[in-house]
Structures are given as C-alpha cells and as structure tokens.
Design a protein around this ligand. Structure first.
Ligand SMILES: Cc1ncc(C[n+]2csc(CCOP(=O)(O)OP(=O)(O)O)c2C)c(N)n1
Length: 642
C-alpha cells in the first residue's frame, strides 16, 4: 500500500482507493489551502491524520487542533482575512460551539476564502444527537454543498474552495459518517505547489468589517446577493446531476449519501419496473430552483429522499406552491423517516412504501431494517484498565443513594451505564459544572457531584467552573484527567505538553483552577481507590465549590505505546480459585470486561482483554485477584483456569 503522506503530495494525476476524509485532504493540497484548524470529533478526525501523514517539512499547510470549535473557526477566519485559503473542520455538534462566530462569516468579506467542513452524524453513531446542520446554512446565509462519496468529497471541496476564494466568502461542505469513512477509488488531478505566499492581505480600510447596528444591513445584503449569484452559477458548477430514465410519472430528488442508497434500492427494483428519474442535488443551499422547477414540471409525482429533517422538502414544496405546479410531492411520511441513517435497506423500505410496484415491500418498518442484523446488542464500555472505571467505582462508594451525579462528554460518559450509574444527565461538552450548579439550588439534602474530562476542561469546561466560583455554588467537580482527548482518538490538548506540531508548555489544570480562585482542590491517582473514596466523602461535607483531580493515563494509549517497546509484556492477573468466594464484586460492581463469569458462577480472566494494570486487585473482598507471571506464561495459565 502506498505511503499516504507521499500520495497526498504526488505531483502527477493518480487514482487511489481512499476514504472521504483522505480524499478531501488531497482536495486541500490541490486547492492551495494554507491553514487548517479543527477540534476533534467523529466522523472527521482522519482528516487530521491524513494531514499528519504528510512529512512536516513538505506539508503545504499549517494545521492546529484549537481548544474548541469556535476558536478553530476564528483562527481559520483570521488566516483567511489575511488572504490565506483556510479550512476549519469539526463534527456535527461542534457547529453549535462554533456558531456564535460562524453565523457572522457570510456577512464578512474574506479575501482568502474559507471552507467549513462539517462531519454530520445521522444515526448518532458517535454523537449525543443527530442534528441536521443544513439548517445552519439557511440560518447564516452560507452556501452548503453535500457530496455522496469520497470522489465527490474531493471534487466538491475543490469547487467550494475555488468559489470561496473567488467570491471572498465562506462555503460549507457537509460530510456524513459514511461519506467520511467509506472507501472509493478516486481520480486525483495533478498538483503544482503554489509559490510562496505574498504578504498580508487584510485591509480593514477597504470594506467594513465591524457589524454594528446599521452597518449590519449592507453586510447582510451582500450575503444575500452573493447567495443569489451562487444560485445563478449552479448549472455551470456541475454540482447537481440528473439521471434521466425517461419516466414522466415518477421522479426522486435526493442529496448526499442517500443518493447511493437510492441507486442500490433501484438496482433491486422489480423486474421490468420503470425506474424513476433521479435529480441529485449537490448544492443543498441554495438549491438550483430552475433545475428543481423543471424537474417538478416534467413529473407527475416526485418523492424526496433526504436523511434527517425535511430541509429540501420544505424548499421544494415552497417552490412548487409559488410556481403553481401540480406535481404531487411526497415528503416524509412518519417520524421514522426523520431518524437514522438512510442505508440501502432503509431507503428500499421507504421506496417500497411509496411505490410498492417498484421495490418489493420488505415487510419491516423502515427504522428497524438495518438494526436487525442478528448480532447481539453490545453496550459500549470502558477499556480494561481505564482509570475512569477505578474512579467511578471508588466515588460510588462515597455517595449516598440520594446524591446526584452529572455526566459530561468523553470516555467517562460510560460511567453513566450499569453498574456504576455515575452521571445521570448529559447535555454537551463542558455542561456538567453549570448543570450541577443549577441542581444544587434549593437543594439542601441532595449533594451534587459532576465529572469533566481534561480536554473538555479546556474546551468548554472553564466558563462553568468560573461561574461556580463566582456564584459560590455548592458542587463537587471531579476532573477525570487521563492526559489525552481519549474518546476521539488520543489527540493532544493544552494540558498534554504537545500541540499538533511540537512540544509546548503544559497548562496545568491545578494551576488554572488556582488562578481562577478555586481554593478547595485535591489530587489523587484514580487507581488509589480508598484515598479517592475518602476524599469524596470529605469534600462533600465541605461548603462551596470544590474540585478533585483524579488522574490516571489513558491505558489504551499507554498500552498501545508500551506494546511497541521491545521486551514489554503485560503482567496479567488471574483468579486464585482457592480464594475466590464468588462474591462477584469484580463482575457486578467493578465490571472490567476482563472478568468472565461461567454458568457455575466461577470467574476467570480473559487473556486477550487483561492488560495487567492491576487496578482490579483492590476491589476483591477475598483478595482472589492475583498477579500472573509474564504475558506468555499467564496466557496459558489463565486459559486453563477452571
Ligand atoms: C462540541 C463537541 N465537540 C467535539 C465532540 C467530540 N468529543 C466527544 S468526547 C470528546 C473528548 C473528550 O475528551 P476528554 O474530555 O479529555 O475526555 P476523555 O474522552 O479523554 O475521557 C470529544 C472531543 C463533542 N461531543 N462535542
């Protein structure tokens, strides 16, 4: 397989099998993007990995993980103001964090041009909701293009970048999970590296950059006029495509990934069935109203297939009403059509309901289609050795059943599941201290404990903490410090001592808290369970806002790195069957997946799962969890254990 970094810097045209996230990075290289920023979040982190794969000295762009999406947006905007073609990318809900600045961008004149890459997540595969960010395009007057595949991600990115540069504006490219991750053979063009950048281009005297009262209106007018200009150019941009099957009765309007599912479903259509014509929209905002109007005029019935909300549907129906068209437009028929990914199975079921003679009815409700794969449901769980598990186990011991715990976003959200049930409410990254503060009001009897990861501390945790200090909220915050942004793939953050490119000064969470005036701070290794339990007990009896920093390195990262060192071997644990009293603390309350309970109630450890961290040993009331020898010796012994 080709070296990815070398491939991305190839000068000649080439073809390669890549995921959408990689394809779009080649698009950035060819387009001459100079600055890329992000905050990590699925389904987009592989964009950063592809950028990292290019040798630093030859990488044609600057990249940073910023502290959050709003900051990332502002850094990219600043660079674009200065004439550098810039990109910011983040996940779906990242747009909520970025929004306060992002909605302003279309009002601005941006000499370098800017592209916002959204990683939306229909199906909520790795997000706390499946919000449809196409709404933000309309809200902010920002054009939005939507590719259906890796090739289209590459091509549409290039078109978006060129247009943003030419019109000195911002354009969104909306990817969804499978467009990011599905592989396709993509034909890439040649790349000629651009000459060194000329000087700064920001000229604040040339136009107004300050939206303030009446000055907002000319800026808004320019944004709206720009949208019309883009709509007028859509036919020549070639973002949309018409698949003409010569069927005046039936048509489908579709955009993004569901297009691929429509094509799959039509492949399965009844023998001899007359296929509908398909209008695939690449520009979702603005839509090419002339093209849509012509399509509606030439079909008796049009079904709109779009994932999540009826965004295109609303536009198309309004357009048909205004034009007095008689075409029957079939939008979403029920709640299920507004939920989940539009997989081929789901789209097949929707089409079967729309036109039973075209696609055979499958006999299952659309939503249940692809979930029914026959595999047992597997709840997510913390990794073996995770410090968060040790912390939750210890903290739970200190709490009364009436105490309230508030979750935050990160690997530690999994503490909200059985058997820990630590964290019973969740909104968004960094919400925990403020939600906990609200829960503490008019609440003398139920103590409130909240959790926060270290990356999230810097991302959005600080304002809630400052608020708790400022307003004296009676809350215990436990910061779950594992030295990385674990859940999204171990990206660095301001507390790790590294940025994307270099070593940096670590920002100490403790020092930051002290600087904010938090006087009640304790620190503990999350594996020291007894100490952590007594710290929580003590802290909960104290007034005001208090913080415990429970630290342990992310053991997935630690073990991956350790395994690469020569001679490293895990010292796993095993169950001393003579001592085991089958109390089952290890499976029922500590719940490391390493422990396996047989039908007869005996416990063994799983040699493929145990990493030898030993954090479990202190949990066994019978002291039956004992260390093995080396990995090789223990594997056999454990496997042969009764
Ligand atoms: C606004 C927003 N941006 C990004 C994400 C994706 N995301 C989920 S968890 C997480 C990292 C949390 O890291 P940390 O707080 O250190 O907790 P850990 O996973 O390391 O335990 C991120 C970035 C998100 N859910 N919301």
């Amino acid at each position: 397989m080709k070296d990815m970094g070398r491939m991305l810097l190839e000068r000649d045209p080439f073809e390669e099998l890549v995921i959408g996230n990689t394809a779009i990075v080649r698009g950035m290289v060819e387009s001459g993007v100079r600055v890329v920023t992000s905050y990590p979040g699925s389904p987009t982190p592989e964009i950063a990995e592809a950028i990292r794969s290019m040798p630093a000295a030859e990488r044609p762009m600057y990249f940073e993980f910023s502290t959050n999406e709003k900051v990332a947006t502002e850094v990219a905007f600043g660079a674009a103001l200065n004439g550098r073609l810039s990109v910011v990318f983040f996940k779906s809900v990242g747009l909520n964090v970025a929004a306060d600045s992002l909605v302003q961008l279309p009002l601005q004149d941006i000499p370098g041009g800017m592209v916002v890459i959204l990683g939306d997540d229909p199906g909520a595969n790795s997000s706390q909701n499946e919000q449809d960010n196409r709404h933000y395009a309309r809200l902010s007057y920002c054009p939005l293009f939507e590719p259906a595949s890796a090739s289209e991600a590459y091509l549409m990115f290039r078109k978006a970048a060129a247009l943003a540069q030419e019109l000195r504006t911002v354009i969104m490219v909306r990817l969804t999970t499978h467009v990011c991750h599905a592989k396709e053979k993509v034909r890439f063009d040649a790349w000629t590296p651009a000459p060194a950048d000329s000087g700064p281009l920001f000229d604040p005297d040339s136009t107004n950059y300050i939206p303030l009262a009446a000055t907002v209106f000319p800026m808004k007018r320019r944004a709206l006029e720009r949208l019309s200009a883009i709509e007028a150019r859509l036919p020549s941009l070639g973002l949309d495509a018409l698949f003409d099957n010569g069927n005046p009765d039936r048509g489908i309007i579709v955009a993004g990934l569901p297009f691929a599912s429509v094509m799959d479903a039509l492949d399965e259509s009844a023998p001899g069935a007359r296929l509908p014509d398909v209008l695939k929209l690449g520009s979702v905002y603005p839509i090419d109203r002339n093209a849509v109007r012509a399509f509606l005029k030439s079909h008796a019935t049009v079904k709109i297939i779009e994932e999540l909300d009826p965004v295109i549907e609303a536009d198309v129906k309004a357009l048909a009403y205004d034009a007095g068209l008689r075409c029957r437009i079939i939008g979403k028929q029920d709640v299920d059509e507004a939920m989940g990914e539009y997989t081929p199975g789901k789209v097949g079921a929707i089409l079967a309901e729309t036109w039973p003679d075209l696609v055979a009815p499958v006999g299952k409700p659309a939503a249940a289609q692809d979930a029914a794969s026959g595999l047992p449901a597997r709840p997510p769980q913390m990794c073996p050795g995770c410090g968060h598990r040790s912390a939750f186990y210890a903290i739970k011991k200190a709490l009364a059943p009436t105490d309230i715990t508030v979750a935050d976003i990160g690997c530690h959200t999994l503490g909200s599941l059985e058997p820990y049930l630590m964290g019973r409410v969740l909104l968004s990254m960094g919400h925990s201290t403020s939600t906990a503060s609200g829960l503490s009001l008019y609440n003398e009897s139920r103590r409130v404990v909240c959790f926060l990861g270290d990356s999230t501390f810097f991302h959005a945790g600080l304002p809630g903490i400052i608020n708790a200090v400022y307003n004296g909220h009676r809350v215990l915050l436990v910061i779950m410090q594992n030295g990385t942004t674990a859940m999204t793939g171990h990206q660095d953050h301001p507390g790790t001592g590294r940025n994307f490119s270099a070593e940096t000064e670590k920002i100490s969470i403790r020092a930051a808290l002290e600087g904010l005036g938090v006087s009640n701070i304790r620190e503990v290794d999350a594996y020291q369970q007894a100490t952590l339990t007594s710290m929580v007990r003590a802290a909960l009896d104290e007034p005001g806002f208090k913080v415990i920093i429970a630290s342990h390195p992310c053991m997935l990262k630690f073990t991956r790195e350790a395994r690469r060192r020569p001679g490293w071997a895990a010292r796993m644990v095993r169950i001393d069957q003579d001592r085991c009293e089958r109390i089952h603390e290890c499976v029922e309350r500590f719940a490391c997946p390493t422990f396996q309970r047989a039908d007869d109630g005996s416990i063994t450890t799983h040699p493929d799962l145990c990493i030898g961290d030993g954090s479990c040993r202190q949990t066994c009331p019978a002291s039956a969890i004992v260390p093995e020898g080396t990995a090789g010796a223990s594997t056999e012994a454990t496997r042969s254990a009764p």
